[in-house]
Every structure is written in structure tokens, then in C-alpha cells.
Design a protein around this ligand. Structure first.
Ligand SMILES: [Zn+2]
Length: 433
């Protein structure tokens, strides 16, 4: 067992790890304009460059695949891939200080800045985990490859490109999800639909929802009136991620449930999406399975524009269903209600056997280092390994903590940064010796 030695190594590199994370956070690696050699703009590539330099000077074999994905390898014939990403979502509002100057809160141990938990902190942890294995001379039978992507937040085109050029190791985990282990992810389909809207006697305008993967928190409807301006009514709900609609309250379906006009489009849409129904039963869906539970079906956008009304739906479906079947049902329901489906794209579910030696090894590591019971979990969202057969998410979020991921004041604590590194180092030891 190398538990103590790894712990000592990581603790003695605490300041180095924090310093490297600060340098990565300082690069605003949000997706930018594509340029020759920079598929996602200059900034994600700049963050990758910093990381690969560190990997190189740590003695690992480094490769940059055209600024899509960079890798660092240790040992022959890599059997394990550890997949992180160095791009971030935009900062948004609400920060107490510059999101790209990492702050250290001495009292709580929080490292605050964009990308600290998602996913630059875990990337630093992965590097120091591999450094620990190398410097401690832990003999590996199989090699390890760290992978640093640059487009996770905008559709993972980085990984798709990389996989065309290189094979992945047979085992892959990403520290870009939650502990203990995420092994099951529902299928997903996003449907965009529309209908011609002739001059409505009552409604001049509807605006609700700006992204397809969120429960809308407000639906603004402008009713016609005698004067030019009309009467604006805001139907309020509670925003939430579309994979967890029970945490929110849908403002669009609230509007539809109160609609008493004559427009057949809104009457029928209200029938397909009764307020409070979350599993799409009225659309002909409503499936569930034992592992991932109830499916979700969220009417997430509804907007009028130039003689048309356009809407969007986010659906997360069970592990035992295929996208084709779900598509056929939802398209049939929408067409029956008088709408045209403009697109309906998504992905099949993802499930890795929880009894596999791979998953069981990761759970053992989690139990050893936290003293908590390890178990595999199913989620409605998709992680970075959604398209990778046999892949799982292992960390980096610990259960019950809200890290403000994608929000203001995103953080990881110094303690968690180090615990992540130890977790990954022990996973390498467990899987590759
Ligand atoms: Zn992420």
C-alpha cells in the first residue's frame, strides 16, 4: 500500500499545485473564434500549453493533437486514460472579485475562481497524481495517459476529433463529475419545433427560455390591448437544470395551464405539457427504469417571432430505450398538435457495468480515502465520457457540496484539491500495478 507515501508527496506539493491552478485560472479559456491551428480560439490552447509544459518538465511524454486534446503519458501501452478539460464557461455575473485572479480564502481554504472545480483543479490533481506515482517509483505494469481537452463545455468536439486520430486506452475515467462513481447516464434528445402563428387576437408576443437545457424561470406574455403597448404578464417559475426539473418550476407550462384563449396551438401544447408533469407522460412518454429512475421531459423554450412560434424540449430518457424510439413518439405528438419538428438530435444512454473490476477498484479507493460507503450512481446529465464505452466519472465533486459550478464564486478547497490528487494516484496504483 502506498497510501501514506502518496499522501506525504501530495501534501509536500500543496503550494506548487495551488500555484499551477492559479496560473491556469488566469487564462480565460472560454471558447473563442476558430483560427488556423486554434480550433476553439487562442485561449483554450494557451491553457493547454501551460499544462503540457508542466507535464513535459515532469518527465512525461507529451503530445498536442492540433490544440484539440493534449496528452501526457507515463509507462508503456497505456491501459488507463484520465480525461480532464481546460476550457471553461464564461464568468457570468455575481462575482465578488475578478474571476480570473484566483483568490485563497485562508479561513475556509477555498480557492475561488472560474475553472477551479470544473475542471482545472481536477486536471492539476491528475498531473500531481501521476507525478506522485513516478517520483515514488511505484512500479506500474501498465501505462497511464492523461488527456486534457479544450472543448468540453461546448459539445466536446475536442474528444470527437482526438478519437478519429488516436485510440483511447481501454479504461477511461473523468474527474469531471461526482464521487463516488457515475456509471449510468440517461439518453438525451433535444427537440426544436415551430408553427406558423397567424395574427393572434389575444397574444402579441411570448418570450420564455433562452437555453434548451434549463427549466425556464420566467415566461413573458404580451397580450393585445386597445393601446399600442399591450399588457405584459410575467408567469414566474423557478429555474433549474433540465436534467433535474423537480428542483424547478416551469414558467411556460404555468402560462399554458392558465391559458384560456382560442389558439389551438397553445391549447394543444398545454395538453401535452400539463403543469407539474415532469416525465412526458402526456406526450406518450413517461418511461422509467430501475437504475436511472423516471425520465424527464422539459418544455424549455417558447418564443414568438415574425409570424411564427418556436419551442424547444429537453428530454432525458432511461437506459433501456433508444433515441429512435423516443424521437418517433415526441415528433408524433408535436405534429399531432399542429407543430413542425425542425430538429430532434441527441445521444443514446450510457451505462458501464458497476460490477466490473474497473468500477469496483475506484469504489475501493473512494472508501479507503474517505471512510464513506462507495456506490455507483446514475444521473440525467451527460458527463465527458458519455460517448466512451466503458467510461465512468470519478470525482471531482464530493457528495453534498455545492461548488457553484458554472456560477459565480466557483471554488474547490485546498484540501479537496489534494484529496483528488490522492484519489487519482491511488486509482492509478490500483488499476495499473
Ligand atoms: Zn466540466
Amino acid at each position: 500500500m502506498y497510501t501514506e507515501k502518496i499522501k506525504e508527496f501530495i501534501e509536500s506539493h500543496k503550494d506548487e499545485m495551488t500555484e499551477l491552478l492559479g496560473r491556469l485560472v488566469a487564462v480565460r479559456s472560454v471558447q473563442g473564434e476558430a483560427e488556423e491551428g486554434y480550433p476553439f480560439g487562442r485561449k483554450p490552447a494557451e491553457a493547454l500549453e501551460i499544462m503540457l509544459e508542466q507535464c513535459f518538465s515532469s518527465g512525461f511524454n507529451v503530445e498536442n493533437v492540433e490544440n484539440y486534446v493534449g496528452t501526457a503519458e507515463y509507462g508503456e501501452n497505456p491501459a488507463l486514460g484520465i480525461l480532464c478539460h481546460l476550457d471553461v464557461v464564461p464568468e457570468g455575473d455575481g462575482w465578488e472579485a475578478d474571476p480570473y485572479t484566483m483568490r485563497i480564502d485562508a479561513e475556509s481554504g477555498k480557492l475561488i475562481g472560474r475553472g477551479t472545480i470544473d475542471d482545472k483543479g481536477p486536471a492539476v490533481a491528475a498531473l500531481y497524481a501521476l507525478k506522485a506515482v513516478k517520483e515514488l517509483g511505484i512500479p506500474l505494469k501498465k501505462g497511464v495517459r492523461l488527456l486534457f481537452g479544450t472543448n468540453e463545455e461546448n459539445g466536446s468536439a475536442d474528444l470527437a476529433y482526438y478519437r478519429k486520430k488516436r485510440d483511447l486506452p481501454p479504461m477511461v475515467f473523468t474527474p469531471d463529475g461526482e464521487y463516488p462513481v457515475i456509471n449510468a447516464e440517461k439518453g438525451m434528445i433535444r427537440v426544436y419545433f415551430s408553427a406558423e402563428m397567424k395574427d393572434d387576437e389575444e397574444i402579441a408576443q411570448i418570450n420564455a427560455g433562452s437555453v434548451v437545457n434549463a427549466v425556464p424561470g420566467r415566461c413573458r406574455v404580451v397580450y393585445r390591448s386597445e393601446d399600442e403597448e399591450g399588457i405584459t404578464v410575467d408567469y414566474n417559475g423557478i429555474p433549474a437544470h433540465a436534467s433535474t426539473p423537480a428542483k424547478g418550476d416551469n414558467a411556460i407550462t404555468r402560462f399554458l395551464s392558465e391559458y384560456s384563449g382560442e389558439n389551438e396551438l397553445f391549447i394543444h401544447l398545454g395538453e401535452l405539457f400539463p403543469h407539474g408533469e415532469l416525465n412526458g407522460r402526456s406526450c406518450g412518454l413517461g418511461f422509467s427504469d430501475d437504475i436511472s429512475g423516471e425520465m424527464t421531459c422539459v418544455l424549455s423554450m417558447l418564443n414568438t417571432e415574425e409570424g411564427a412560434v418556436r419551442g424547444a424540449i429537453d428530454i432525458r430518457f432511461p437506459l433501456d430505450r433508444k433515441i429512435g424510439e423516443i424521437r418517433e413518439i415526441i415528433c408524433g405528438s408535436l405534429e399531432g398538435a399542429g407543430f413542425t419538428v425542425d430538429s430532434a438530435e441527441g445521444t443514446d444512454p450510457h451505462c458501464t457495468d458497476e460490477s466490473s473490476e474497473f468500477v469496483q477498484s475506484l469504489l475501493r479507493v473512494y472508501e479507503r480515502l474517505t471512510g464513506e460507503k462507495g456506490r455507483s450512481i446514475a444521473i440525467g446529465g451527460g458527463t465527458y465520457v458519455h460517448e466512451i464505452e466503458g467510461g465512468v466519472a470519478f470525482g471531482a465533486e464530493f457528495p453534498g457540496v455545492d461548488y457553484n459550478m458554472h456560477g459565480p464564486e466557483e471554488f474547490i478547497t485546498v484540501g479537496e484539491l489534494m484529496l483528488n490528487a490522492r484519489m487519482i494516484a491511488e486509482a492509478i496504483t490500483e488499476l495499473c500495478t
